[in-house]
Design a binder for this molecule. Sequence first.
Ligand code: OFO
Length: 170
Amino acid sequence: MLKEEMVAALNIQMREEFYSSYLYLSMSGYFEQKGLKGFANWMFIQYKEETDHAVKFFNYLKSQSADIKLEAIKEPKHEWNSIPEVFHDTLKHEQYITSCINNLTDLAEKLKDRATYNFLQWFVDEQVEEEENVRDIIDQLNLIGDNKSALFLLDKDLSQRVYTPINQAV
Ligand code: OFO
């Protein structure tokens, strides 16, 4: 059985994952509006993955017969000044999520909650990959600069990203 402090923290993290999905859906809408279909596709898949992350927390809480509390999700930003700004916001957000996961891991250690500690390891690995993916896009955008043809090619490349559902089971 999970300790109350851990249940509360996991519920908060479930909300943060839903907020991530909300934020990336907002970014996808922004790119759609700009006619950047590939960027929009990349962000739309990001939205779906974040929803999967939230459901993974939901299922874990459920498996532990814990109290599930869906909290209000704040409104995400919906206007950006440039493509790089969107990805810098994305990286900043993912770094924040990494710090949340690390704090949860610390809490699991403090409470000697081995089950939750093990459950969180998937997210620890996932965050490394998430941050790396965003940094790669930022690097490409830096190389591209004002080159419209290169931007067109990157948009084409990002349109190839395909959604692969994660295993939501715990
Ligand atoms: Fe982006 O990994 Fe969940 O939030």
